[in-house]
Design a protein around this ligand. Structure first.
Ligand code: NAI
Length: 298
């Protein structure tokens, strides 16, 4: 089975280089019309230029595909709205949004300013909110939509010096969870990719021998599947260097105690039991988690 995207229109943010470029090239080669969005700034978010996005568009067109460049910052509501209106007018629909744009401002928390924190949360989390909100109504009306968020192992599991980035990246998992519930009725599937790849974002963070085995093309298969017709919803796939895993937020069986035992001392005494992962669950919704909590109440 070949996954095709004929007649599908995709917006990929931050697609002027790295992973976004690889997604855009692959989707276009499978028949999608692709909007290559990129602000074209530096790794820390400073500056801007349309040339990176345009060169990816040139590559797609040279390979016989269809694409347009867009230089909107994902944090600029008006520019994003303008991009979406233009795409809708030109290509009639928007089927796929890959929220990929991102910046880094790594520092230990002690040295991190509020501005370092806000900028990173703004681009990753609010940028994804702004872009998703801009296409959401179109997807609802079409009764078709595929939205991909980009998290990171830092968001899911933590990394020294990336408190801002980790907070933003885990926020995207939370965003996916609720949007996948709200989108279900409208055939809008919302998923998350946790990539690991050699790009300018990671060039000085990983050893060269590892980077050489981790080109962006090693992440593409998972991202493309997660925005395809047959995509699941509410799935987070970790991808890179030939590895594909799935991350879950799990819940232990825990303990359920009578009112007289609801004390901090009980928690201290039974913390290991509460933490025991035997029979771990993955609730579908927050409500389902609440039901588990109440189910054993005495
Ligand atoms: P990259 O730096 O090559 O790509 C990010 C792109 O986003 C750049 O082209 C940049 O110009 C663009 N961008 C930044 N701010 C923007 C804005 N406000 N509006 C529009 N475009 C903007 O880095 P890479 O690695 O390709 O990153 C892509 C995504 O994958 C990011 O969300 C990153 O956090 C995530 N990621 C990457 C990992 C890796 O191993 N490379 C690991 C985990 C997550």
């Amino acid at each position: 089975m070949t996954l095709r995207f004929d007649d599908r229109v995709a917006i990929v943010t931050g697609a002027g280089g790295g992973l976004g470029r690889a997604y855009a090239l692959d989707l276009a080669s499978r028949g999608a019309k692709v909007v290559v969005n990129d602000l074209g700034g530096a790794r820390d978010g400073s500056g801007s230029s349309l040339s990176a996005a345009q060169s990816v568009v040139d590559e797609i067109i040279a390979a016989g595909g269809e694409a347009m460049a867009n230089g909107a910052s994902v944090t600029d509501e008006a520019a994003v709205a303008k991009m979406v209106a233009f795409v809708k007018e030109r290509w009639g629909r928007i089927d796929i949004l890959i929220n990929n744009a991102g910046i880094l401002r790594d520092k230990t928390f002690v040295k991190m300013t509020h501005d370092d924190f806000r900028q990173v949360v703004d681009v990753h989390l609010m940028g994804s909110v702004i872009c998703t909100k801009a296409v959401w109504e179109i997807m609802r009306q079409q009764a078709y939509g595929r939205v991909l968020m980009t998290t990171s192992s830092t968001g899911l599991y933590g990394n020294f010096g990336q408190a801002n980035y980790g907070a933003a990246k885990m926020g995207l998992v939370g965003l996916m969870k609720t949007l996948s519930i709200e989108g279900a009725k409208y055939n809008i599937k919302v998923n998350t990719i946790a990539p690991l790849a050699a790009t300018r974002m990671t060039e000085d963070l990983m050893p060269p021998e590892l980077l050489s085995r981790m080109g962006p093309e090693t992440v593409v298969p998972a991202a493309v599947f997660l925005v395809s017709d047959d995509a699941p919803s509410n799935a987070c796939i970790n991808a890179g260097g030939g590895g594909f895993e799935r991350s879950y937020v799990t819940l232990t069986q825990g303990i359920h105690v009578a009112p007289e035992d609801m004390t901090a001392e009980t928690i201290a005494a039974r913390f290991e039991e509460i933490s025991d992962r035997t029979g771990e669950l993955v609730p579908d919704t927050g409500g389902a988690q609440g039901a588990v909590a109440l189910s054993g109440a005495k």
